[in-house]
Design a protein around this ligand. Structure first.
Ligand code: SF4
Length: 273
């Protein structure tokens, strides 16, 4: 357990400290045994009755397959502005900037409303599935242009791609798009967001995205605010080096505004309206 996931009001906060692992394990087992006698046969398991449809497992190949195994249709709908851009939403889930999944779900809704297609991966991806954004009924929540594309291809506006370790596979699709257009990654109308990241592995994904040349929205803010030079490097100066940069905001509308402005600026630079 660490400070990011600590739940307020707990009686026991047994932080994981490797040298004390045996002692902590013993404490946890003792607590479990004591609690078992209190709850056995007294608590009814509560499984939510809520069900939701979701289409999951959109690989690079599946996306290309939906496009007839060609990138031209994707390029055409981006060029025409039906899709303004693409955002990779790669995410955990956290109570730190909660309620749980609040930023994830509401940012995704804001982006699809603005004709921005989402490719989603990671544990937070299931929040989007539960919220009903990864099925074709969600097309009605998208902007007019994205609606047309989704209806034509019979895909949802949020493509549930896979796990956070599939980030590399998402970038294969983006790299293929850049190669096809003969431009570099930072020139594309794309962005990355991790609206409720939690784990160290997500930090690596975030740093990779910045190095890859992507505008990278991170929330909650990474634990680097005590290092002003590093903050300046990641939020400003690095754009000169890799073309990417970090943006932070716990507010879904503000985060969507930043992402949309970035995508519109990239479109303008490419001569797209
Ligand atoms: S870093 Fe961990 S918690 Fe976050 S999406 Fe990946 S597996 Fe899930």
């Amino acid at each position: 357990m660490n400070d990011i996931v600590r739940i307020p009001g707990l009686h026991h906060t047994l932080d994981y400290k490797p040298p004390a692992a045996e002692y902590i394990a013993e404490q946890l087992i003792t607590l479990g045994i004591e609690n078992f006698t209190k709850r056995y046969n007294k608590i009814e398991p509560l499984v939510p009755k809520y069900k939701q449809k979701a289409i999951a497992g959109f690989s690079t190949e599946a996306v290309l397959n939906a496009l007839g195994n060609k990138l031209e249709p994707l390029v055409d709908v981006i060029a025409s502005g039906k899709i303004k851009g693409i955002v990779a939403l790669v995410n955990c889930t956290s109570l730190k900037n909660g309620p749980q999944d609040y930023v994830t779900v509401n940012l995704a809704k804001e982006l699809i409303k603005r004709d921005i297609l989402i490719v989603a991966g990671g544990c937070g991806n299931h929040a989007l599935e539960v919220a009903g954004l990864a099925n074709v009924d969600a097309v009605s929540l998208a902007g007019k242009g994205l609606q047309q594309v989704c209806e034509f291809l019979e895909i949802p506006p949020v493509l549930s791609f896979g796990t956070c370790t599939d980030t590399g596979r998402i970038t294969m699709l983006v790299t293929a798009l850049a190669d096809h257009l003969d431009v570099d990654i930072p020139q594309l109308p794309i962005a990355v967001t991790a609206p409720q990241w939690l784990e160290q592995k997500a930090t690596i994904d975030g740093i990779f995205a910045v190095a890859y040349g992507a505008y990278t929205h991170l929330a909650p803010p990474p634990s680097i605010t005590g290092a002003p030079r590093l903050v300046k490097l990641l939020t400003e100066e690095i754009e000169e080096i890799t073309g990417g940069k970090v943006a932070v905001s716990d507010d879904p509308i503000e985060a969507a505004n930043g992402i949309e402005q970035h995508i519109l600026a990239k479109r303008k630079a490419l001569g797209l309206s």
